[in-house]
Each structure stands twice: as structure tokens, then as C-alpha cells.
Design a protein around this ligand. Structure first.
Ligand SMILES: [Zn+2]
Length: 160
């Protein structure tokens, strides 16, 4: 192995193994979830850097709930510039890896979006792509991801 390859291996080991030890061996994050986080990370980073964190810093999103694996944000629409507000219009909420953003009528929206968060973890970097393909093929209402989320919404409603 060349010096470069050894260095690369050490870096990869450092990046993957050290957080793994911290998160899994100490029981902070279940191993499965840790792998799912890695799997979704390449899409999660741009979403967090370009949307979630700046919008939160501007006061356009406000943290209203904090759970071990999920942060819930409320959309402060009155603070958004008008041109941007129009983009939101009829949305109740949406899901991101590790976060839910909601506006208005909550509990059923939260149950629905929580299922989308799990879909993010399961499908990782492929989720937005497959969601888009399904959207083109089946439309919004019959999109299998939406069907699954509506089912979970009802299921969780009957349980709680
Ligand atoms: Zn949905």
C-alpha cells in the first residue's frame, strides 16, 4: 500500500469507526439507526446547510419539539418574504431526515410526517429520487410513500 492509501484508510477508519464507537458502543444511537444516518447523510447535509439551519437562524422556522431522534419545527410563515411564502401555500408539513416541519393542524400531520422520516432513513439517498419517480408515475395521492404515510397516520391515531 502507498502512503496515500494508508492515510486514506486511517481517515475512513477515523470518520466511520470513531463515531460508531461513540454512538453505538456507548448506546447513544442504535447501530441500525447509525447506519441509516450514514446512508442518508449525503442528501441530508445540503438540506440542513441550505435550508433548515439558515431558516432557523433567520427565525423562519422555530423548534417546538425535541425528541431523541426527531426535532419538530413550526413554520413561522408571517416572517417569510412574500415570494417565498407562496411556495408553502397548501402544505401542512414535510419531513426531513431527523426533522419534521409543520404548519397548522398538527397531531395527524405529525403522525403522517413521522412515517416519511422513517422512509428517509430506509431509502436514504434514494428517497427523493424514488419519491419523484413515484410522483410522476402515480401522482401525489397514490404515491406509495404517501399511501404508507396515511396508513401509519391512522394506525398511530388508533393506538394513541
Ligand atoms: Zn405525505
Amino acid at each position: 500500500m502507498t502512503d496515500f492509501q494508508i492515510t486514506l484508510l486511517v481517515i475512513i477508519a477515523g470518520v466511520l469507526i470513531v463515531p460508531w464507537t461513540a454512538s453505538c458502543a456507548w448506546g447513544l444511537v442504535p447501530f441500525r439507526r447509525y447506519l441509516q444516518c450514514l446512508w442518508v447523510l449525503p442528501v441530508a447535509i445540503p438540506i440542513y446547510v441550505c435550508y433548515l439551519w439558515p431558516f432557523e437562524a433567520l427565525g423562519w422556522l422555530r423548534r417546538i419539539g425535541y425528541d431523541r431522534d426527531l426535532v419538530t419545527y413550526s413554520v413561522e410563515l408571517h416572517r417569510w418574504p412574500r415570494w417565498l411564502r407562496n411556495l408553502w401555500l397548501d402544505w401542512d408539513g414535510h419531513a426531513l431526515p431527523g426533522a419534521i416541519v409543520v404548519y397548522g393542524h398538527w397531531s395527524d400531520v405529525l403522525r403522517h410526517e413521522r412515517e416519511h422520516v422513517e422512509q428517509w432513513y430506509r431509502w436514504g439517498v434514494l428517497f427523493p429520487v424514488v419519491y419523484g419517480i413515484y410522483l410522476l408515475r402515480y401522482g401525489y395521492h397514490d404515491n406509495p410513500f404517501e399511501v404508507e404515510a396515511r396508513k401509519a397516520e391512522l394506525l398511530r391515531a388508533t393506538r394513541s
